[in-house]
Structures are given as C-alpha cells and as structure tokens.
Design a protein around this ligand. Sequence first.
Ligand code: FAD
Length: 423
Amino acid sequence: MAVTRRPTRRDVVRGAAVIAAAALACPSFAQGSPRVVVIGGGFGGAACARTLRRLDARLQVTLIEPNRTFTACPFSNEVIAGLRDLAAQQFGYDRIAADGIAIAAQAATKVDARARTVSLADGTKLPYDRLVLAPGIEMRFDALPGYDEAASTRMPHAWKAGEQTLLLRKQLEAMDDGGLVVIAVPAAPLRCPPAPYERASLIAHYLKTRKPRSKVLVLDAKDSYSQQKLFENSWKELYPGMIERIGLSQGGRVTSVDPATNAIVTDFGNYTAAVVNVIPPQKAGRIAEIAGAADHTGWCPIDPVSFASKLVPDVHIIGDACIAGGIPKSASAASAQGKACAAAIVNSLAGRTPDAPRLDGACYNTVAPGYAFSLRGIYQPKQDQYAETEVTTSPVEASREARQREAAQALEWFKTITVDAFG
Ligand code: FAD
C-alpha cells in the first residue's frame, strides 16, 4: 500500500540538492527549463507528456496533435458490430492542457535533428532539447496490388478508428442475409495482433443476431496467431460453422484485390464478397520516416532502456512506431512505454542513468457481449531488445462466469487507460 507523508525539511534540502545536481549536469537547466516536444497525442504520446510533467513540473512540454479529438481503437470492433457508439471511443485534450502541457493542434511536418526543431503545418518551428515520436502507424498503401487509399473507401481497413470504423459498420448493415464477409489479415508485425480475430468474432456475433445465413472468412498471411486456441474454442462454442479461417500454408495470403468488384485473390483461389475488410501491411507513422528515425523495415529501432532512437540523436520513439521486440503493438504497451520513456528522459536530462524498465501489458479480447479472455505479459530489455519474461493467458477451458468476469475487466481496463491518458 502506498503511504504519503508531508515532506520534512531534510527531504526538501535533499530534493533541492538533486535539482541543483541536475542543473549542473544538464546545460538546459542552467539556461532555463528543458523543452520536450512530443509528436502524437495517442496512447503513447499522451501518457508520455503527462508523466513528464508529473515527474518534473519545470519541464516545458508540448504535445503536437492535429486532431482535436482522439478516437481510440480498443473496443472499436464493438462499434463495427453495432454494440457501441463511436462517441464512447472519443477523448479530448483539455485535461492534458490543464496539466500545463502546451497543445499544438497541428501536424508535425518536418524534424531538423541538427537544429533540434520540429516544423508544424503552418510553418512554425518548435525548438526542443528532447523529441518524442509517438505517431502510431501508417498503412502501406503500396504493398498490396489493388489496395491504395482510394480502395480503402470501398474496402475499409478500419485499422485507425473513426470514419473507417463507421464505414465498415454501414457496409455490414447494408449487406443482405447470406452474404460473405472477408477479413484480409497481413503478416506480422501489425498493430494489435489479436484484433483481426476479435473482429471476426464480433462480426459473427452481429451476423448471428441479424443475418444468420451469412459467413465470415478470414484470409490470413500467418499460420498461427496470439491466443489462437482460445479464439478457435470460442468460435466453436458461439458461432459454429460461421467463421472459417485460411492460414498461410493453406493459401490464405491475399495477393491482390479489386475494389471495383469486391474481388480478393489469394495464393490458392479467388473470392468475391459482400463486404471486404482489408487490413493492409503497416509501418511507423510518416513523420518517423521524415525524421530519419525509421529503418528499411519502416519501423524505428530504439535502445530498449531509454527508447532513444538508434538513428537520430535526442529523439525517442514509443508506441506502435518503435521496434520493441517481444512486446505486441498495443495501447497497453504504448502507454507503459510512454511512462518509461518519460522517466528515462527526466533521468537523462538530470545526468542520471535511466533504470531498465519492466513493462506490464494486458490484452483483452471480447468475442461476444459478456465473453472475453486475456493475455498479460511482463517485458524487460534483454540483449538490446524487449523480451517477454512472464506471460499469463486465460485458460482454454473456463466457465461462462469466468469469461463474463474478464469482459467486465476489459471494460475496466479501457476506462483506466483512457482516464490515465486523457481524463
Ligand atoms: P496512436 O494511439 O495511434 O496515436 C498516434 C497519434 O499520433 C494519433 O493521434 C495521430 O493523429 C498522431 N500523429 C500521427 N502523425 C502525426 C504528426 N505528423 N503530427 C502530429 N501528430 C501525429 N490495444 C490494446 O492494448 N488493447 C486492445 O484491446 C486493442 N484493441 C484494438 C482493436 C483494434 C481494431 C485496433 C486497430 C487496435 C487495437 N489496439 C488495442 C491497439 C492500439 O490501438 C494501438 O496499439 C495504440 O493506439 C498505439 O498507440 P500509439 O500512441 O503508438 O499510436
């Protein structure tokens, strides 16, 4: 249990000494408060900006984010299945601003690593001592023949929540009973590896209750996936005969699509579907590439202790955009990385060596209302990369009460992580 007590005079003197030592160690402290700029106000960036100010209220923290409202992906599969409104996914930045964080409501367009400035869309240049990149993902619209940005208006990806989520929902509502819904899943790495299967489950729930002669076909560029046994068992139990999955070795990899006819071509066959959800391959948000922080893979290599870029000085990368070894790309991970990165920056500005982080991650999958399971992991730096050092998965055989409890915990998790970031 945490106990708080009033600071004694000795604490204050000790605190002053630490600050004085930090001021000597860090030239920016001598000249004025260090400036930390964070690009991207999602789960990673919001957690990082707030933690920076909590750890050291003298820091000048600026959060650059073009959207006035953040739309969260976790639970967006429920929106697609008509179980939740998009508004329940949306959060503003007022509470973050109230923490003393300056919000620049524009996109960052350029990073000059030598001059240590970030340019905004209107041409303003913001100087920084440390820069944090948390831009999330970008779809690779050049990776799958036939699938570009225009195609996504016909075959939505719904892999960034918002308009795309609503489009997929509308297409499901408009389709006739007896139709086929195809979900095309890319090879790893991707944002939230289990989310395509959660989506297949919740779409099956929608079809079972509204259009019971319809089917879901998952065309997958992977052979196995996270929590596979749990998903497969739940499909047998809840949606018998409704969901089929074709993995890589059975020819499930999608090689091209034709948005004009809703046709999908795989290694083994051709399909035409009433609704096609193409989740394309992904890469780090574009600003990471512009900053020179992304490598040939499209993702950003980092030092796992400090989240410092291996390619650009004074730049740190967190969240989906970074290469974090065994940590799945998730909101949970982005938030934990944001906090650990903030601590590393504060320590390093004060001339202290950052501590090796121990990151916690929880991933819930809701496959029907009141039915969920989860995976919890602990991740620590090992040999210059993050490794999963502990993992707990829900049992494959469990009572409906246990699944119900996990569904309630999933909602609680969402509430906690969003209050932490935006509340
Ligand atoms: P984001 O949260 O995407 O934030 C990036 C921000 O950067 C955005 O606000 C964007 O506008 C901003 N940005 C980008 N470029 C610029 C720029 N140039 N200038 C300024 N700002 C910029 N995770 C879980 O933990 N649990 C779940 O249950 C879960 N479910 C999911 C379900 C689905 C369907 C999907 C698609 C994802 C799910 N995730 C889940 C994953 C989770 O949403 C992401 O991993 C998480 O959002 C990553 O956080 P981030 O901060 O890296 O990126």
